[in-house]
Design a protein around this ligand. Structure first.
Ligand code: NAD
Length: 286
């Protein structure tokens, strides 16, 4: 397939390169020139998407996604499929889908979970919102970039799943870090805490797959001086999206609100910016 790929940052570049290596014809564009000799680069978004059957976006915010869509929609053929893999708010994802549909263009919101390592390995999880026939048409591409593909429902459902997942992740990471901090105060060895909780009812992905305590459990960013991984800044972004959605829908998410505030303080008032989100343990124990 001829694919235009806009946004070749930490996540987008390995995804675009995986599609090219699998035999697709990928032309990319990013405002910062990305380091690649695997895909072709265009000098504008409009040129990157010309005559493409598929356009994939992997951008930062809803504002950027809307601006890029405004630029490229007039240059897309009817029937083109736009797949937006950026993490943005649910309402904006639906608005983007409407803008595409009005121009005869199909749209899927397809945010991902798994981070940079999974993007490079082609093992991302995709959470998809949009029409079933469009999801099926794009499935071979998702299969190249991902290991788990879940069609969550109509437009916006992918983004809804993503922010619900990451609200749980933010809350459980803080809870896990608090437990290690409490164990330290109680004189309980961190390895003993891990050995008990990893097989007990307090177990979670934050503990057993992404342990915030260095030297314990699998190799994680805590073993690499908390170099991201998944940055505290991106966690704050996703928690804020969860709270926008909670505000719009009247959902009662008090733990989510507190996690958002704790990550806000960590990123904006302490040294959390640029560190992995599991570095919250250092903050709680310093
Ligand atoms: P990134 O900042 O590394 O990449 C974004 C890229 O978009 C940058 O290279 C930037 O130059 C480019 N860009 C910005 N404005 C542009 C424009 N107008 N036209 C073309 N390119 C433009 O971010 P990332 O880590 O690749 O994340 C991308 C998305 O994936 C975000 O929404 C993020 O929340 C989400 N996400 C990231 C991770 C992760 O671990 N990094 C995991 C899951 C989801």
């Amino acid at each position: 397939m001829k694919i235009g790929f806009i946004g070749l940052g930490n996540m987008g570049l390995p995804m675009a390169e995986a599609l090219q290596k699998a035999g697709h014809d990928v032309t990319g564009f990013d405002i910062a020139v990305p380091p690649t000799d695997i895909i072709s680069l265009a000098t504008s978004a409009e040129l990157a998407v010309a005559q493409c059957e598929i356009v994939i976006l992997m951008l930062t915010t809803s504002h950027v996604v809307s601006r890029v869509l405004d630029d490229i929609i007039p240059h897309l053929d009817k029937g083109t499929i736009v797949i937006d893999c950026s993490t943005i708010d649910v309402a904006s994802a639906r608005t983007c889908a409407d803008s595409c549909n009005e121009a005869g263009i199909a749209h899927l919101d397809a945010p991902v979970s798994g981070g940079i390592a999974a993007a490079a390995a082609g093992t991302l999880t995709f959470m998809i919102g949009g029409d079933e026939d469009i999801v099926q048409a794009a499935h071979p591409l998702f299969d190249i970039m991902g290991a788990k593909i879940v069609h969550c429902g109509s437009s916006g459902a992918g983004q809804a799943a993503k922010i619900c997942n990451n609200m749980i992740l933010g809350i459980t990471m803080i809870g896990t870090c608090e437990a290690f901090a409490l164990a330290d105060k109680l004189g309980l060895d961190r390895q003993s805490l891990y050995d008990v909780v990893s097989g007990a009812s307090g177990q979670s992905w934050s503990l057993t797959s992404y342990c915030p305590a260095p030297g314990i459990g699998p190799n994680t960013p805590s073993d690499n001086d908390y170099k991201p991984g998944f940055s505290a800044d991106l966690m704050l972004k996703d928690l804020r999206l969860s709270q926008i959605a909670a505000g719009e829908t009247g959902a009662d998410t008090q733990m989510g609100a507190l996690a958002t505030e704790l990550y806000r303080r960590f990123v904006e008032e302490a040294d959390g910016s640029g560190q992995d989100f599991s570095a919250m343990l250092k903050r709680l124990t310093s």
